[in-house]
Design a protein around this ligand. Sequence first.
Ligand SMILES: Nc1nc2c(c(=O)[nH]1)N[C@H]1C(S)=C(S)[C@@H](COP(=O)(O)OP(=O)(O)OC[C@H]3O[C@@H](n4cnc5c(=O)[nH]c(N)nc54)[C@H](O)[C@@H]3O)O[C@H]1N2
Ligand SMILES: Nc1nc2c(c(=O)[nH]1)N[C@H]1C(S)=C(S)[C@@H](COP(=O)(O)OP(=O)(O)OC[C@H]3O[C@@H](n4cnc5c(=O)[nH]c(N)nc54)[C@H](O)[C@@H]3O)O[C@H]1N2
Ligand code: SF4
Ligand SMILES: [Mo]
Length: 762
Amino acid sequence: MSEAVRTNCRLCGYLCALTAQVEDGRVVSVEPDPTRYPYDASIMKGCRRWRANVEILNHPQRMNVPLKRLGARGEGRWQEIPWEQALDEIAERLAKLKQRFGAETVATSIGGPHATYWPMHRFLNLFGSPNNVGIGQICWNPAIWMNTLTFGWPIDNDLDPGRTSCAIVWGTNPAESDNSLFWRSLVKFAHGGGTLIVVDPRRTRTASMAKHWLAIKPATDSALALGLLHVIVFEQLYDAAFVGEWCTGFAELREHLREYTPQRCAEITGLEPSQIVEAARAFAAARPSTVISGRGIDQIGVNSIATHRCLAILKAITGNVDIAGANHLGEMPDFTPETDLELSERLSEEQKKKQLGRSEILLQTYAGYRHVAGNTQKSGKRLPHRYLTSAHPNLVWRAMITGKPYPIRSLFVMGCNPLLTQADTHLIYEALCSLDLLVVLEYFKTPTAMLADYILPSAGGLERSLLQTNAGVANIAYGGPAAIPPRFDRHTDFAVWRGLGMRLGQAADWPWETFDAALNDVFHSIGLTWDEFCAMGLYAPDYQYEKYRAPNPATGLPTGFSTPSGKIELRSQVLAELGYEALPSYRPPHAANPSQFPLELITGARFQPFYASSFRQIESLRKTHPHPWAEMSVETAAQIGAREGDAVLVETASGRGTFLAHIAKIRPGVVSVEYGWWFPEQGRESDVLESIWNSNANCLTNANFENCEPLLRQWTYNGLPCRVTLAARNSLPSEQTREGLAAKDGSLEHDGDLREKVDVAD
Ligand SMILES: Nc1nc2c(c(=O)[nH]1)N[C@H]1C(S)=C(S)[C@@H](COP(=O)(O)OP(=O)(O)OC[C@H]3O[C@@H](n4cnc5c(=O)[nH]c(N)nc54)[C@H](O)[C@@H]3O)O[C@H]1N2
Ligand SMILES: Nc1nc2c(c(=O)[nH]1)N[C@H]1C(S)=C(S)[C@@H](COP(=O)(O)OP(=O)(O)OC[C@H]3O[C@@H](n4cnc5c(=O)[nH]c(N)nc54)[C@H](O)[C@@H]3O)O[C@H]1N2
Ligand code: SF4
Ligand SMILES: [Mo]
């Protein structure tokens, strides 16, 4: 029997609607579903991944049964065991660890937005541990925190090709990282005559569409942003009426900006003063104007916070706040937000006090959260709790190794591969090896999973319901149903956390027997069942703009902003109270010895068809991108004596890795290496595990707490001092060179590539 069923793709955060052809309970093919969100023919044409769904579902290396370690950690000997046994044994070991060391001895590690994490947070809050490690400090949180301090709530860009007149795309490259409605809107915007300004050391496909490409020296972004503000303020290009009515701290800001002249900022950023002046004028001249930022500025350590604050101020003083075509202040969801399902309020004050580094981290802590949430709650809004209080990874890895300030003896890894994607692989390897209990919930036997005591096989896309809700800072939800029940003995992640919760005294808090039953409850408040939601696939009421002007029903006065002053805080009262600078400044990054490390390194710019460390074993994808590359300019390559395709050794103070040189348009003196590389094709498990030392960008990074930025304790992935030397001459077969691969299927139209072909949408 064959039938067509609705489902969604889960190979990136967009959850595009698919129709699956199911025969005898097996998915035989998938096609884009043009009737549901966010269908767009050119996205599906441009996306390289969705066709791999069936291959991934049935891949011979998928985890299908729970595995228990035999022999030494990492030795590669496993026993297949039933689920009941796995959960019984894990629960028993957790109970013992808790009794001996306290609940805080159990940590969890999450990654990017691939998985549904609230069941895990719910379990961990009820269990009693504050030790959830994430990537929030360098992904998403900086903007969420800084916009909330400035505007009282997170703010989303609202690029509209028909309306927006100027857009600054700052440290993000949606051509490779997004590949969606947003990228398409940007292409339309740029080709329709909108003024596009791109700030990126690499001439990405996004940058190649720009009127102004600012090839900034990495990690100096706050100096550029301060220079733009200087020009706008001292040339009186700001919106004086808006500033007068809605902002506080302008006079102090003006004084503070005096020293950031275009000349001085140009020296710091390696740009021309005229570039700074022109970009500032272009942005201020037009309205609505928008600023879109990404990991490029989340991951620059000490200058990240100041850059985000400057961008918020830039929006504010030009009057580009909560207006169509510029940006949108989000609203609380009408449905149940994740933050409510996590039950963070159930973690006791005593356990919250065990948060590592709490007296040295100013904001990304439970106390910091309370400080800020007190203001947002006045307007009935609740910020996401677990993301904004996640533990500092470096302190957690160290506590595992040293037992200080207390022992962390167990880790649950879900939806991430920390050996490849967290900073400082050497430290993490040592930490994972030191544990009493490491449990990994996975689709594949990743290097991290290879070190586990138990690997639990997760149900993936097509096999489970999917829902995406922007972590509850906006009133939007999208997703859909599974095409088939989980194959083999795979279970949903929800079932694992509920199963452990039921065994550890949490039964009253797990009323739903299945994930779908929980999803039913999520939509209860808007009168929908999960099935009814699935039929629509999207819940997104129209945006309301300029909400701060609307009268407050209680007082009749304008609502204003949920900050301490009720206004947009150019000078942040909360930051001043925390003992941090209330106005943003440029700070020189940590100095390195230029004779030892003369170049600057970017680790991690996104590229297709991969997602972080995922999909290296998926043959149809891997053959389009078989090797890890290091991009450098013609000048840098000449300095090293490297040519296209030569193997080069990249070294930093933290470690080394080998990559193939690719000559690209990128600021001279900067080298950009791909991240996430391991080599599942090595065969023997021990060889695959060993492959993490070859070309792993995070062998080149560290997140040493002492050097991190004080507010969130962000670490640095971009602008690291490095040296690059020639390791071996090009030995690639011609079909595996960049030219050869591109000729084969055109799939390597890659960031920084010399061919500047842009998919021009209709
Ligand atoms: N050097 C450097 N490091 C970086 C970055 C960088 O730019 N440079 N970027 C950082 C950022 S922003 C992020 S978000 C992270 C991303 O890093 P990670 O979140 O670690 O991403 P992946 O490597 O894709 O690992 C995801 C793993 O989860 C599994 N998985 C996927 N979906 C599910 C699911 O639903 N359930 C379960 N149980 N497993 C699932 C996949 O098989 C895969 O092995 O990397 C960070 N690390
Ligand atoms: N194909 C693919 N898509 C992905 C992912 C993936 O792994 N692969 N990961 C997903 C995830 S988890 C995330 S968080 C998003 C991230 O999506 P993006 O924010 O677009 O992330 P990156 O590609 O890292 O883009 C950062 C850009 O910043 C530039 N940059 C580096 N250093 C600096 C600097 O110092 N200053 C400035 N101004 N720019 C700099 C880089 O050259 C790069 O072009 O992508 C998501 N989409
Ligand atoms: S854009 Fe993302 S969700 Fe959509 S089809 Fe491609 S990989 Fe799947
Ligand atoms: Mo991310």
